[in-house]
Design a protein around this ligand. Structure first.
Ligand code: NAP
Length: 279
C-alpha cells in the first residue's frame, strides 16, 4: 500500500444497517480532519474469507466486526489477542504493515472505560460485582472485571448451565446464583451490570427485585435502546449511580480508530449527541 492512499475502515456484519459505528467513526474522522472513510458492509458468511483478503487491497486499514462474523474471524486472523481469545470473539481487525491480520476484542475495555467515565469513584476493591446474563456480552464484562482484579463476582442467568460454563472457564472468583434468587446476588454488591437483552425495546423488562441495591452502588446497563431503562431508573431512585450502555458502545470504538487513523478520539457529550441524533 502506498502512503498517500486514503485510509478506509468500516464495519462488516449481516445485517449491518442498524450499526451506529459509521456515524461514530465518521464524526471522529471529521472532528480530527482526517481524510478517511468508514463504510458499513453487509457481507454474507460464505464471503467472509474472500472479503478479508480483498479489503486491504482496496485500501482498508481495519474494520469492526459485528454479528454474525465475530467468532468466525478468529480463525481467519494471523494474530489474536489474549483478550479476544478469552472472550471467544473479535470486534476489531487491523491489517498490519506486513499484511498480517490482527484480531482484537475491545468490548471489555469499552465496558471498563465507560464504567470509569460514568462512575469515577468506583474502584474494583469496593465490593462484589453482580453480573446478570451469561451471553457474549457477559464474557467481555467478566474478562474486564477479572483483569481489573474485582475480588468476587456473582453471576446469574436464566439458563444456569451457561453461567456455570463461564465459571468453569473464568475461574472460581465467580459464584453462580440461581435465576430465581437473582435479587440475592445484588445484596451488598458495589457494582451491578445487566448484560442480558432484557429491557431492550421490544423485549420483556428485567424483573429482578432491586431492594438489595445499596445507595452509592453503581448500576450499569449494557442496553442502550432505550437509553434510560427501567433498571437504571429504579437504580437512580434507590440512590445508586446509573451508567447507560451507550458509553460502552462508544468507548469500544476508540482503540480501533486510534490504530487505523493514528489519533485517539475522545468520548464526550458531543460524541453522544452526534451518535444519538438519528436513533
Ligand atoms: P446473547 O449472547 O444473545 O445473550 C443474551 C443474554 O440475555 C443471555 O444471558 C440470555 O439468557 C439473556 N436473555 C435473553 N432473553 C431473556 C429472557 N426472556 N429472560 C431472561 N434472560 C434472557 O446477547 P449479547 O451479545 O450478550 O447481548 C446482550 C445485550 O447486551 C444486548 O441487549 C446487546 O445489545 C447488549 N450489548 C451492548 C453492548 C454495548 O456496547 N452497550 C455491547 C454488547 C452487547 P439465556 O442464556 O438464558 O438465554
Amino acid at each position: 500500500m502506498t502512503n498517500n492512499r486514503i485510509p478506509l475502515a468500516g464495519v462488516i456484519g449481516s445485517p449491518v444497517s442498524h450499526s451506529l459505528s459509521p456515524r461514530l467513526h465518521t464524526y471522529w474522522l471529521r472532528r480530527h480532519a482526517i481524510a478517511g472513510y468508514y463504510i458499513p458492509m453487509d457481507i454474507a458468511q460464505e464471503d467472509l474469507p474472500t472479503a478479508l483478503k480483498t479489503l486491504p487491497m482496496l485500501g482498508f486499514v481495519g474494520i469492526n466486526v459485528t454479528i454474525p462474523h465475530k467468532v468466525a474471524v478468529l480463525s481467519l486472523a494471523d494474530t489474536v489477542t489474549d483478550r479476544a481469545s478469552l472472550i471467544g470473539a473479535a470486534n476489531t481487525l487491523t491489517w498490519q504493515k506486513d499484511g498480517r491480520l490482527f484480531a482484537d476484542n475491545t468490548d471489555g475495555q469499552g465496558f471498563m472505560d465507560s464504567l470509569r467515565a460514568g462512575a469515577p469513584d468506583w474502584t474494583p476493591d469496593m465490593g462484589p460485582a453482580a453480573v446478570i446474563g451469561a451471553g457474549g456480552a457477559a464474557r467481555a464484562v467478566l474478562s474486564a472485571l477479572i483483569a481489573a482484579n474485582v475480588p468476587s463476582i456473582r453471576l446469574t442467568n436464566r439458563t444456569r448451565t451457561r453461567a456455570e460454563a463461564l465459571r468453569a472457564e473464568f475461574g472460581n472468583r465467580i459464584e453462580v446464583f440461581d435465576w430465581v434468587q437473582a435479587g440475592n446476588a445484588l445484596d451488598g454488591a458495589a457494582l451491578i451490570v445487566n448484560t442480558t437483552s432484557l429491557g431492550m425495546t421490544g423485549k420483556p423488562e428485567l424483573r429482578i427485585p432491586l431492594d438489595g441495591l445499596s445507595p452509592g452502588s453503581v448500576v450499569l446497563d449494557l442496553v442502550y435502546s432505550p437509553l434510560e431503562t427501567r433498571l437504571l431508573n429504579e437504580a437512580r431512585e434507590a440512590g445508586c449511580i446509573a451508567v447507560d450502555g451507550l458509553g460502552m458502545l462508544l468507548h469500544q470504538g476508540a482503540p480501533g480508530f486510534e490504530r487505523w487513523f493514528g489519533v485517539r478520539p475522545t468520548v464526550d457529550e458531543e460524541t453522544r449527541k452526534v451518535v444519538l441524533r438519528q436513533t
